[in-house]
Write a protein that binds this ligand. Structure first.
Ligand code: ATP
Length: 242
C-alpha cells in the first residue's frame, strides 16, 4: 500500500503480513513512518485532511479501505494504546466499562464481569479491586497505562496496537508492561511501535525496520538482530544512525 499526506509520499510500497497471536515491532529512525502505518491499521488517519491511501489493508479477510467497512467494526476488532496514558476523567470502573457500554452492554453483573476480566488481563486487578470507584487519575502513570490496556481489552479486540506505550514510563512500569504484553500475545495479535531497539529485541517475535517510508527488512526478531540481511538494518541496529 501507499500513503500520501498531500503530496508527501509517507509510506511507499509497504507489503507486509503480520502474523496472528504474536508481537510485531516497528522500528526505525524518527519520521520513517512507523506511527503512520500503525494508524493505518485502525483507520485513525481517516480524520487527517489530505491523506490518501492506495492499496489494501486486509484484516480478517476484509480490506478495511474497501469503502464498506465501518469504522465501528475496526474500533471493536482493533484496540489501541498510546504513548501517554490517557484514561478518561472517570472512575477506574467506568473507564473499563466505557467500550462495552458503547456497544450496548447495560447489565450490571455483565459489566462487573467484563471489568474484572479486563483488569485481570491487564495485570491491574489486584492493585485496584478495592478502589474501582476512585478516579483513574489517582493511579500512577504505569497503572494508568495498564488501565488503558484494560480499557482496550474490554471490547475483546483481536488486535492491539501499541504506539510507544512504555516510553513515558519508568523502568519498573516498563518491565511490567513488557511482561504483560508477552502474556497478551497468547490471545491477541500485537503490533507495537518502539523507539527502543532493545525492547523490540526483548519482546517481539517479528521486527520490521523502516526507513524513509519504506520497509527495509521484515524478519523474525532474533534473525533481524543477529544477522540482518540489509546493510541499512545493520547500520541502524548497531547505532550508526537514527
Ligand atoms: N498529519 C500529518 N501531516 C503531514 N505529514 C505528516 C503527518 N503525520 C506524519 N507526517 C509525516 O510523515 C512522516 C512519517 O511520520 P510518522 O509519525 O509516521 O513517523 P514515525 O516513524 O512514527 O516517527 P517518530 O518515531 O518520530 O514518531 C514524517 O515525515 C512526518 O513528518
Amino acid at each position: 500500500m501507499q500513503l500520501y499526506y498531500g503530496k508527501f509520499h509517507a509510506l511507499k510500497n509497504v507489503d507486509l503480513t503480520i502474523p496472528e497471536k504474536s508481537i510485531t515491532a516497528f522500528i526505525g529512525p524518527s519520521g520513517c513512518g512507523k506511527s503512520t502505518l500503525l494508524r493505518t491499521l485502525n483507520r485513525m488517519n481517516d480524520t487527517i485532511p489530505g491523506v490518501l491511501i492506495e492499496g489494501e489493508v486486509v484484516i480478517q479477510d476484509r480490506n478495511i479501505y474497501d469503502g464498506q467497512t465501518e469504522v465501528e467494526f475496526l474500533r471493536k476488532r482493533v484496540g489501541m494504546v498510546f504513548q501517554q496514558p490517557n484514561p478518561f476523567p472517570k472512575t477506574i470502573y467506568d473507564n473499563v466499562a466505557y467500550g462495552p457500554r458503547l456497544h450496548g452492554v447495560t447489565k450490571k453483573s455483565e459489566l462487573d464481569g467484563i471489568v474484572e476480566k479486563s483488569l485481570r488481563s491487564a495485570s491491574l486487578w489486584n492493585e485496584v479491586k478495592d478502589v474501582l470507584k476512585k478516579s483513574a487519575w489517582s493511579l500512577s502513570g504505569g497503572q494508568q497505562q495498564r488501565l488503558c490496556i484494560a480499557r482496550a481489552l474490554a471490547v475483546e479486540p483481536d488486535i492491539l496496537l501499541m504506539d510507544e506505550s512504555t516510553s513515558a514510563l519508568d523502568p519498573i512500569s516498563t518491565t511490567k508492561i513488557e511482561e504483560l504484553t508477552r502474556e497478551l500475545k497468547k490471545s491477541y495479535t500485537i503490533v507495537m511501535v518502539t523507539h527502543n531497539m532493545h525492547q523490540a529485541a526483548r519482546i517481539s517475535d517479528r521486527t520490521v525496520f523502516f526507513l524513509n517510508g519504506e520497509v527495509v527488512e521484515s524478519a523474525d526478531t532474533e534473525q533481524l538482530f543477529r544477522a540482518p540481511r540489509d546493510q541499512r538494518t545493520e547500520d541502524y541496529i548497531s547505532g550508526r544512525f537514527g
